[in-house]
Design a protein around this ligand. Structure first.
Ligand SMILES: [Zn+2]
Ligand SMILES: [Zn+2]
Length: 382
């Protein structure tokens, strides 16, 4: 008996000549990351399921419905990575990178896996490139990531990509926003879907993400975080906009860029590709101050420096993270910033001061607390 065996549904073979297109895009991405001083990390495609449950969130569709999760022979629950941030943060904490440097810039490229409905035009193994910066909360860091992403889209000549930004507030101003949301949706609870009625008390933010058309219609009239920002968040957002203007990066403020989980803070961005008509966003970026709650024991683990050393940018000496000069990667970053008018305003300037000011334990906590990130170009097929 012979039966034809096909590839797994939703996962594509890449054959020549198409594979050359992928190589080209990957090359352009690497060049862009390199020019901004971002270094590559490679994490396994498999992780402990708990990592995603804790960091991405049990209630999200990603974790609740779309993960490839299974038990290995020892009965451990493992998952194919649905995104790159959680593994990167895990590695950052596990290898105690905050002890080596005050500011870390990483990128990754590779396959991610989500069990998605095929009709959405998405695939179950897709390719994602992402960049993360840990340790900087300055607006310049947000702008650097957006600048890099938009330059990348230009480099690969992806048409019609336009940047949109929003601010999601922080712990100081979001409670008032949540109350306003709650009051608004409570007044319309009869029109909400069943899921959203349940969300009303637990997390009204998630109603804004609901795909039900009636909920979406209601969400359009909901209060916007931008109207309720505290002075610090307002100043951060204004500076982000000023720096984008200074770099002549076109953008649109879109108060509808929201995240359904409340650990995101301040700048969030996205970029749609109007002309593709596929409804798939090539860019998504956000800032999470508290994601890296890796737990105390992971913070204490030793860092396998030998291995990491082998992966470093040639000439970069992680033993001497310094303030002003001499560090290859720092120099690269400064050059990159200088070219784009961010010299003197970048996050690196204040790192030394911060580093000195905070002790070891607190430093670990702080480094894990503050970082901006961006994920770009999620795609499965050209
Ligand atoms: Zn709903
Ligand atoms: Zn605020």
């Amino acid at each position: 008996m012979s039966q034809k065996i096909s590839g797994v549904k939703g996962m594509n073979d890449l054959l020549p000549p198409t594979s050359a297109v992928w190589q080209y895009v990957e090359k352009k991405a690497r060049q862009m990351f390199d020019s901004f001083g971002y270094l590559e990390i490679r994490t396994p495609v498999l992780e402990d399921t708990a990592l995603f449950v804790r960091s991405v969130g049990e209630e999200t569709d990603i974790v609740g419905k779309e993960m490839y999760t299974f038990q290995d022979k020892a009965g451990r629950s493992l998952s194919l990575r649905p995104e790159g941030t959680a593994p990167a943060v895990r590695a950052y904490i596990e290898h105690a990178v905050h002890n080596l440097e005050p500011l870390t810039r990483w990128f990754y490229l590779g396959p991610m896996f989500r069990y998605e409905r095929m009709k959405t035009g998405r695939y179950r193994q897709f390719f994602q490139a992402g960049a993360e910066a840990y340790g900087a909360k300055e607006p310049a860091q947000d702008v650097e990531l957006m600048d890099m992403a938009m330059q990348f889209f230009r480099a690969i000549e992806l048409p019609g990509v336009s940047l949109e930004i929003n601010s999601l507030g922080d712990d100081a101003c979001r409670p008032a926003y949540l109350s306003a949301l709650n009051a608004y949706f409570s007044g319309h609870s009869a029109q909400l879907c069943d899921d959203c009625r349940a969300r009303l008390q637990r997390n009204p933010l998630r109603i804004l993400d609901c795909k039900n058309p009636q909920c979406q219609q209601l969400a359009k009239g909901a209060p916007a975080m931008l109207d309720l920002l505290c002075p610090a968040c307002r100043a951060h957002f204004d500076e982000v906009k000023a720096k984008l203007d200074a770099l002549e990066i076109p953008y649109r403020v879109n108060p509808r860029i929201v995240r359904g989980l409340d650990y995101y803070t301040r700048t969030a961005c996205g970029a749609g590709q109007q002309e593709s008509g596929q409804g798939s966003d090539p860019l998504r970026g956000d800032r999470r101050p508290r994601l890296a709650s890796g737990g105390d024991e992971t913070d204490q683990r030793a860092s396998p420096r030998g291995l990491r050393g082998g992966l470093r940018h040639p000439g970069w000496k992680p033993e001497e993270p310094d303030e002003e000069g001499g560090q290859e990667r720092g120099a690269v970053c400064r050059r990159a910033r200088g070219r784009r008018g961010l010299e003197g305003q970048g996050a690196a300037q204040t790192d030394a001061g911060r580093r000195a000011a905070i002790g070891g334990a607190r430093r670990a906590e702080l480094a894990a607390e503050e970082f901006g990130l961006i994920r770009m170009l999620r795609c499965s097929r050209f």
